[in-house]
Design a protein around this ligand. Structure first.
Ligand code: KG4
Ligand code: ZN
Length: 380
């Protein structure tokens, strides 16, 4: 039997993604980022996002088809993210995938965005499983694991037993970790998305300089809004004037001149270096507070659920320090550690195609009447 060709679309938020997977071989993964368009607002504007999906999705479909060197009629199944996400964005990708499935008389698979993230650490492993001699693919083996999904919209630890068998262990009760990165970056007048900007500043900062809270240390759930508020109240005390809401303008990342009293040029020099030191140290301390919480709770969950594997995925898992510290903690406690490759961490359609291929192998399919659901639950 020939490996199945799956075409998937991802339009849950502000990235438009189209990918084509043949068995475990990724033929193409196209992503059109809208970051530059949402940057000026410091966050995603749903109306702008859905209008852009409408423009980008057909173009990416054509580009993907050419890159994969296939005809759409060769596709065996069509998939799309059906939630959670922004309703006006989800409906674009899901409508296109459903239309193609109906038009070509092929199955449709509605994929939970979080399932796409949580299975993505297995993607590379499955690619090396190819049995090309027989033109077939060995199904990817999803071992039981504790999965940390950490993104701009979600922070969750999940006990994964198998495909479709998920138990939520903990979730954020307020902000997601990525949201906290984005909001603190905005306060500091750094760019959007905030995670990569904070990581850059944190590289040369001292993570122990500022004592920031680690909320709910003994709970399975997460909370990051207290940490964000603690940073907000710390700023005037350390002489940093919080940025205006748009993250631009003269107040962004300025140090209160009254904290430094000196002659003009020396003052300018020390102002600049003090500003950079204080911001770098603050970013490093903030990033470490988030990492401590994520690593501590994930290891505790892995011990409690008696697994031998820990996985991490989602946009925040691009963070090198998080990956390094989680890997070290896993090694210390003898858990195997798998992370999604960095290009698979932020939103993309390859992870949706991969989840769809696993679902298809396990006999799942969706009805084309299945609605998108902005609050789609991963498990009940
Ligand atoms: O998974 P993703 O692309 O979208 C959602 O499903 O939310 O994640 C985006 C989030 C943003 O909040 C962004 O700031 C964060 O991932 N992020 C990072 C890094 N790269 C992206 N956070 C920390 N460090 C990074 N290097
Ligand atoms: Zn995501």
């Amino acid at each position: 039997m020939n490996p199945k060709i799956i075409l998937a679309l991802e339009t849950s938020c502000d990235e438009t993604g189209v990918a084509i997977l043949r068995g475990s071989e990724l033929l193409t993964s196209e992503v059109a980022s809208q970051v530059s368009e949402h940057k000026r607002y410091g966050g995603v504007v749903p109306e702008v996002a859905s209008r852009n999906h409408l423009i980008y999705a057909p173009r990416l479909l054509e580009r993907a088809r050419r890159a994969a060197k296939i005809d759409i009629s060769q596709v065996d199944a069509f998939a799309a993210t059906s939630g959670p996400g922004l309703a006006s964005s989800l409906m674009i990708g899901a409508s296109i995938a459903k239309g193609l499935a109906v038009g070509f008389g092929k199955p449709y698979l509605a994929i939970n965005h979080l399932e796409g993230h949580l299975l993505s650490p297995f993607f590379v492993a499955s690619a090396s499983n190819r049995c090309s001699d027989h033109g077939q693919d060995a199904p990817a083996i999803i071992r039981p694991n504790v999965s940390l999904v950490v993104s701009g919209g979600h922070t969750m630890s999940i006990f994964v037993r198998n495909i479709g068998e998920y138990q939520i262990i903990g979730h954020t009760v307020d902000d997601a970790a990525g949201e906290a990165f984005d909001k603190v970056a905005k306060l500091l007048g750094l760019g959007y998305p905030g995670g990569p900007e904070i990581e850059k500043q944190a590289c040369s900062g001292n993570p122990t300089r500022f004592d920031l809270p680690r909320s709910m240390p003994d709970a399975e759930n997460f909370s990051f809004s207290g940490l964000k508020t603690a940073v907000r109240y710390l700023l005037p005390k350390i002489g940093v004037i919080p940025s205006r809401a748009d993250g631009e303008g003269p107040h962004a990342r300025s140090l209160d001149p009254q904290v430094l009293q000196c002659d003009q040029s020396a003052c300018e020099r020390s102002l600049a270096s003090a500003r950079d030191d204080v911001v770098n140290d603050l970013c490093a301390s903030f990033q470490q507070a988030i990492i401590d919480v994520l690593v501590g709770k994930t290891i505790a969950a892995a011990k409690k659920h008696d697994v031998d594997l820990v996985t991490v995925s989602g946009g925040v898992s691009c963070n090198k320090e998080l990956r390094r510290q989680l890997q070290e903690a896993c090694k210390r406690d003898r858990f195997e550690f798998k992370s999604a490759e960095p290009w698979l961490c932020t939103d993309n359609a390859a992870m949706i195609a991969f989840a769809a291929s696993l679902r298809l192998q396990h006999g799942f399919q969706s009805s084309v009447t299945e609605e998108i659901d902005p609050n789609l639950a991963l498990a009940h």
